[in-house]
Design a protein around this ligand. Structure first.
Ligand code: SAH
Length: 349
């Protein structure tokens, strides 16, 4: 599929045409990655952040947020809980900060890898190749780093570098691949200033980078961020502005599945936040094959506010597991068993 065709699909509004797109994406999903829905237990280990991302509530300048960093033993305890709940992977995510010291993190990864059979995914922002190498040696299997948008100007506007630094997430993704990580990336849909053409290029870039995991969620305005304030003021209403709608997420997920047939694609919490009733299920029925149940203890979780009104904020890890398993069964799918690595061979065809 060429960019013009992707762009045309992104702008499509005919319900019957879209139903056809979703059917095709669901078919490719079933043929290429099967009916298993992999469960990745998410542990939000810290909300301390040094960056100034215009979209994110964790940004350093947000003084309203109570900051936390989970002690190492509690993180390891959450990983054991993940195993007990039958998950194959834990994802350790945080704001980007030197307070996540490289050695401290490496010790935690080593401990989880030696005490459990879990795959370990890290999502800790932009760190040096040396640090990423250290964590890989400690046993980390995967790394998630969304490039957020392939439009370089828009990226610079919403994701300023650290003072004196630079930010090149695409280069870091290549570095992660070199180190032997499974590599995940993704974007937000509906960022103010995002055009259909640039979102079409994002999807092509997923394919060109041969990503193992691709996360797509709606941009959700946070009132304590510059972009959130701009959004509530009406935002830039250009003709080609991608709206931050549920439908746009489904279209993006479906097109991503068609271009990247074997990638692991989550039905994200941000999607479940704009449609709490069945957003998660619709994502899974339109190309996604992964969900990320939350394992973060409630007293920390409520402070990991990247956007407001996050879905499932009050659930315990056990509730979250039960709820997601119920939703998976209700749409005729089965929970994944084992780590759920990206399959490169033609195992399911
Ligand atoms: N510090 C890490 C993890 C960030 S949170 C990093 O920068 O990679 C994970 C993802 O949440 C981000 O990559 C971004 O795509 C998404 N996110 C952040 N703020 C958001 C918002 N306001 N609405 C929707 N998604 C958001």
């Amino acid at each position: 599929m060429h960019s013009a065709e992707i762009e045309r699909w992104l702008a499509e509004s005919d319900a019957a045409a879209l139903a056809g797109l979703y059917r095709e994406a669901d078919n490719v999903r079933r043929l290429r990655v099967g009916d298993q829905v992999h469960l990745r237990g998410l542990i939000e280990i810290s909300n301390v952040c040094a960056r100034a991302c215009a979209y994110c509530g964790l940004r350093a300048a947000n003084a309203k947020l109570t900051r936390y960093k989970m002690p190492a033993p509690e993180i390891v305890e959450c990983a054991h809980a993940a195993f007990a709940l039958g998950y194959g992977t834990v994802v350790l995510q945080a704001g980007e900060s030197r307070t996540i010291a490289a050695d401290w993190m490496a010790d935690i990864v080593r401990q989880i890898k030696s005490e459990t059979p879990l795959a370990v995914t890290l999502s800790l922002g932009e760190r040096s190749l040396e640090e990423l190498g250290l964590w890989r040696k400690a046993g980390a299997d995967r790394y998630l780093l969304r490039f957020e948008t392939s439009d370089a100007d828009l990226f610079r506007r919403i994701h300023p570098p650290l003072p004196g630094g630079f930010s090149d997430r695409i280069a870091l993704l290549a570095g992660l691949r070199d180190k032997g990580y499974e590599v995940g990336s993704g974007v937000m849909t509906g960022i103010p200033g995002q055009t259909y053409a640039s979102l079409a290029r994002d999807i092509e870039l997923f394919r060109d980078l041969d990503l193992d995991m691709i996360g797509v969620g709606p941009y959700l305005p946070h009132p304590d961020t510059p972009l959130g304030r701009e959004f509530s003021g009406g935002g830039p209403r250009l003709g080609r502005q991608v709206p931050s709608t549920e439908e746009m997420v489904y279209k993006t997920i479906a097109l991503t599945r068609l271009l990247c047939p074997r990638a692991n694609i989550p039905s994200t919490t941000a999607l479940a936040t704009i449609n709490t009733r069945n957003g998660r299920e619709l994502g899974l029925m339109r190309g996604a094959n992964v969900v990320m149940p939350n394992l973060t203890p409630a007293r920390y979780r409520r402070h990991y506010e990247i956007y407001p009104n996050k879905a499932c904020i009050a659930e315990t890890p056990a509730d979250c597991s039960g709820c997601l398993r119920g939703r998976i069964a209700a749409i005729g799918r089965v929970p994944g068993v084992g780590p759920g690595n990206r399959q490169r061979e033609t195992a399911h065809v």
